[in-house]
Design a protein around this ligand. Structure first.
Ligand code: HBI
Length: 363
């Protein structure tokens, strides 16, 4: 692609305002992508649910309306849901009216509507799919775009792509982080860390059980998304050495995370990527993760972390005992080599270039 500056319209997730934490990893992904694209000279505008805030000077078109139901709480056969006064519908109606001011759109919502609308738009739409396969209707909607607009489906990991029938059509992009926001910590304390949305698909109970067995304290950070689940954990493990540190902005998160001797990742589902793994590596913190989904592609087993038999608490305990075999400098180096803002910017710019070239060839 020529090095012309692109005018890009980024449409955020529909399940929460940016900064609310409800958008999970997508909020961080979107923020870092804005930084990566602007670093490469492109102009970026964001469309997001009203109440969105971002720690950078970028225009956000704030759209009012009812948030979308989170897809991971739906059953495989769930029908398409669109509430009255849908913020998603308003976001994409806005995009329709302004599309001529942009060279391309990037969709971050894991929802049927943006995929269905793709052929109705004059401008090309790049879809950054943020989760693995969850429902038949979403699989069908994404497959339709993968077929009719080859190359326009981006994912974070090969494992995530493999959950879809159209895996071969997916462009694996990894992710990118502003590593200057993460401070390397050479001498950690004894605590372990667990970071993520506190919800059943994240398997927090295994991390708690492992720390109780290993007699290590566990610092828990992230949005308390499912309070019933959290209550149930407290009842099941009343004496576990855990502390909930809250849902923290990056500056505070990395301060606590960096002083931990390891991060535990216990996903029950195929984690599309595992942003928190990179945040840990960036601080020099090794990652103990189930051999499942994105984290299994990130962790260099025996070098920057340990990969564990999925759902094996005993495996977590044994990996905890081997944390001291790992070099914290190797962790930081891996983050710098593969997951910097610049590295992600190169991958996304190349992806957008290919989509624009294909679009030009077909119009
Ligand atoms: N569910 N319906 C829906 N739409 C989204 O955009 C969405 C979601 N669930 C979770 C989510 N986005 C993000 O938290 C993850 O993609 C990281």
């Amino acid at each position: 692609m020529s090095s012309t500056s692109l005018r890009l319209l980024l449409l955020s997730t529909s399940v929460g305002a940016i900064g609310s934490g409800l958008g999970g990893g997508v909020e961080l992904t979107l923020r870092n992508l804005v930084q990566a694209l602007r670093l490469k000279g492109h102009a970026v505008t964001i469309v997001a649910p009203a109440g969105s805030v971002l720690d950078m000077d970028v225009r956000i078109e704030q759209i009012p309306g009812q948030l979308q139901t989170t897809a991971q709480t739906q059953s495989r056969e769930a029908a398409i849901e669109l509430p009255a006064n849908s913020v998603l519908a308003h976001m994409w109606d806005y995009a329709r009216t302004v599309q001529s001011d942009y060279d391309a759109l990037i969709n971050f919502a894991y929802d049927w509507l943006p995929f269905y609308l793709t052929p109705f738009f004059r401008r090309p739409i790049a879809h950054l799919v943020s989760m693995g396969s969850l429902t038949d209707t979403m699989d069908a909607a994404i497959a339709q775009v993968a077929q009719n607009f080859p190359g326009s489906i981006g994912v974070h990991s090969r494992a995530q792509a493999e959950t879809f029938p159209f895996a071969a059509a997916c462009r694996v992009l990894g992710n990118g982080f502003d590593l200057s926001q993460y401070e390397f910590c050479a001498r950690p304390g004894n605590s372990l860390a667990w970071v993520g949305r506190i919800a059943p698909e994240k398997g927090l109970e295994d991390a708690i059980a492992a720390c109780q067995t290993a007699n290590r304290s566990l610092k828990i950070m992230g949005i308390l998304q499912d309070s019933d689940y959290w209550q149930q954990l407290q009842q099941t493990y009343p004496h576990a050495p855990i502390s909930y540190e809250g849902f923290l902005p990056t500056a505070q998160l990395q301060q606590i995370l960096g002083r931990c001797c390891g991060l535990l990742m216990t996903p029950r589902w195929v984690e599309a990527f595992g942003n928190v793994a990179i945040e840990a590596l960036a601080c020099g913190v090794p990652v103990i993760a189930y051999r499942r989904g994105g984290p299994a592609e990130i962790v260099r087993d025996g070098e920057t972390g340990w990969l564990v038999e999925p759902d094996s608490v005993a495996g977590l305990v044994s990996a905890i005992a081997r944390l001291d075999k790992l070099d914290r400098h190797a962790c930081r180096h891996q983050a710098e080599a593969e997951y910097s803002i610049a590295a992600m910017g190169d991958r996304v710019e190349s992806w957008l270039g290919d989509i624009l070239d294909t679009h030009k060839a077909n119009t």
